[in-house]
Design a protein around this ligand. Sequence first.
Ligand code: NAD
Ligand code: TYD
Length: 342
Amino acid sequence: MTKLFVTGGAGFIGSAFIRVALEELPDCEIVNFDALTYAGNPDNLAGLDERRHRFVHGDIADRAAVMDALEEGTDAVVNFAAESHVDRSIASADEFLRTNVLGTQVLLDAARARRVARFVQISTDEVMGSLPEDDASFFTESSPYAPNSPYAASKAAAEHLVRAAHHTFGLDAVITRCGNNYGPRQFPEKLIPLVIANAIDDQPIPVYGDGRNVRDWIYVDDHCRAILQALRRGRAGEIYNIGARNERRNLEVVEAILDALGKPRTLIKFVKDRPGHDRRYAIDPTKVETELDWRPQETWESGLRRTIQWYAENQAWVARARSGAYRQYYAQQYGMEIDVRR
Ligand code: NAD
Ligand code: TYD
């Protein structure tokens, strides 16, 4: 795998993947194709080796632009590009369908036309819906599709299109499904960076509902190393669920961050629940562990420590991310202004 076409590489996980791939595949060259939406950030690419990483500004739903940028001889397309936030999909689903569904089909068509050897679709455990609380059930690769949010439905649709391209046209395609990622450079609309940024600024921490929803958390670089294994060794047509066996209730996550920063729990503010809020996600990662010989390297404690430290040391990144548009989003989503310390 030497020539990679990575989409969404200016976002949180895509940029982490590019760092991991450049390090672990010393011969690889990467074209990073990204539309730079609100979530895409050129700062996330600072320090990358420019001889091996080339940024192309483009939209995956724009067929001509994709065909232009995707060269013959590309070994793999790795598709991270997506609208990724559940709350935004509840407010309006249009962009989710355009990017996540149509954009994936455009990439599949282009990959076939350019005879790309392999297609890796980055998906999510959310396509399988919600698990019952307090039992020992887990998502496996054969769990039924049951997406509950417009975001999850769009990602499930994308998986179906990837499956169809493999089945109908013989495209060599692999799907990876991960749980909730955390780590440096995650846009502060998602729970962990939002809590860290607000806590540093002594701002209220909005917790939806009773705060007892469960997510299965994984440090972003561990996810990226698993994707690399799927890219190199995954079997065509297969799905790999990726998880670090790390289920936590939201309140536990929030309290761990407040404690690490020495901030009072009185910052927690229970707010109206997310409509259709999935109760529990939990992944059985046996297949990726055994078939692809992958294990996470970070523990929850070490990963969270690294993450909090990164945000504390990169306040300028946080300030830029929380621009005017972010504040508008925040006010609309939470019904409260954010008072950001400089
Ligand atoms: P993100 O929102 O941080 O980044 C998405 C990136 O895609 C941005 O750089 C954005 O500019 C780009 N993008 C959006 N629309 C585009 C378009 N039409 N054309 C080209 N680029 C476009 O998202 P993330 O958290 O890094 O997630 C990356 C992928 O991983 C997504 O496919 C998401 O569904 C999946 N995923 C995320 C998580 C998670 O916890 N964040 C978990 C499982 C799977
Ligand atoms: P999020 O980071 O949006 O990821 P996802 O919805 O894809 O799991 O949310 C993680 C959990 O945290 C989810 O149960 C919703 C909850 N949450 C809050 O309680 N408050 C918030 O402000 C946000 C953004 C999320």
